[in-house]
Ligand binder design. Structure first.
Ligand SMILES: Nc1nc2c(ncn2[C@@H]2O[C@H](COP(=O)(O)OP(=O)(O)O)[C@@H](O)[C@H]2O)c(=O)[nH]1
Ligand SMILES: [Mg+2]
Ligand SMILES: [Zn+2]
Length: 302
């Protein structure tokens, strides 16, 4: 590739960001290693950037386009560190093995609300259903569909219901999240048949030899849309989110939370507790209330 100097800024998409450089996908679909400017915010996976050539093989990121959203996770000191930008869809993968933790689903629902992103629930390993430790996947899927997180049970192993998921992914910038062992890597390999070829192209373009599978990376889907694979998303806390965001993710509880006799009701043993009454009548689920109270302790007060 020959660069006509002096080069003008061009549009690009950050595929993967290392410490001081990003692999930027050009509008022609080529990958260019672009260094980051010092004293400038660091681009992350999913960022739309302006970049330009500085040599015949490499470039520099000039600026980051305004972000639609920024997904962060805490670093070792608990400070939020940017992980991926412009995510529009969270794909939460759960599975009967290693087991389904509804608290985790509730947590991701809050994250989606915080990002103004859509969310879908993929119950993987449906070939293992019915499962003695999993109550009723249909009830679970109905519950979360009612909360704005539509879902399906399917199997990567048997290829069932994958077209439903492909349909949800088209035109989105999606990120795969969920516990280790649920099948995220298997899903990525199925959704992107030439994954290995693409990973090799990334390694070659970054000049680092092997592409590290621990780096948050964006892949294009054959049916349109982009999928971000991020091993780092596993742990995240809600401390940088606010109470309003949490409430917005619990529309099933909000009608009751302010209806108790005492404004400072802890929904424990106080008389006239609307939440306890709703629980007794089966209008709200104990699991959801437990999630809410746990998450409330984590969010920013106010
Ligand atoms: N029975 C069954 N096993 C699956 C399915 N999808 C993935 N697995 C297996 O689950 C294990 C964990 O999968 P992996 O993709 O590494 O999960 P990850 O940790 O979320 O990336 C592997 O042994 C997979 O072969 C499925 O649909 N059914
Ligand atoms: Mg994996
Ligand atoms: Zn109460």
């Amino acid at each position: 590739m020959n660069a006509p100097p002096p080069d003008k800024p061009r549009d690009g998409l950050v595929t993967v960001s290392h410490g001081n450089a990003s692999l930027v996908e050009t509008t022609d679909g080529a990958l260019v290693l672009c260094h980051h400017r010092r004293n400038q915010p660091r681009p992350v996976c999913g960022d739309r950037v302006r970049w330009r050539w500085v040599s015949d093989s490499g470039g520099v990121v000039e600026s980051i386009r305004p972000r639609r959203s920024l997904l962060e996770r805490p670093d070792f000191r608990g400070r939020p560190r940017p992980l991926a930008a412009n995510v529009t869809l969270l794909v939460l993968v759960v599975a009967p093995e290693p087991g389904i933790d509804t608290g985790l689903i509730d947590r991701y629902l809050v994250l989606a609300t915080h990002l103004h992103a859509r969310a879908v629930l993929w119950v993987n390993k449906a070939d293992l259903l019915p499962h003695p430790e999993l109550p009723d996947p249909d009830a679970l899927l109905r519950r979360y569909a009612g909360l704005g997180m539509p879902g399906r049970a399917g199997s990567v192993k048997h290829g069932t219901n994958l077209d439903w998921l492909r349909g949800k992914l088209a035109d989105e910038t999606a990120i795969l999240v969920g516990h280790s062992g649920v099948g995220k890597s298997s899903l990525l390999e199925t959704l992107i048949p030439d994954l290995e070829v693409r990973i090799n192209a990334l390694s070659e373009a970054s000049g680092h030899g092997r592409h590290t599978t621990t780096a948050t990376t964006l892949f294009h889907l054959p049916g349109g849309g982009q999928l971000i694979d991020s091993p780092g998303i596993r742990n995240f806390r809600l401390d940088h989110m606010d109470r309003e965001t949490l409430l917005a993710a619990f529309p099933d509880l909000t009608p009751y939370l302010n209806a108790c006799r005492f404004a400072n009701c802890r929904h424990d043993a106080e008389p006239g507790c609307a939440v306890k009454q709703a629980l007794a009548k089966g209008e709200i689920l104990p699991e959801r209330l437990a999630s809410f109270q746990k998450l409330l302790a984590e969010v920013r007060p106010g």
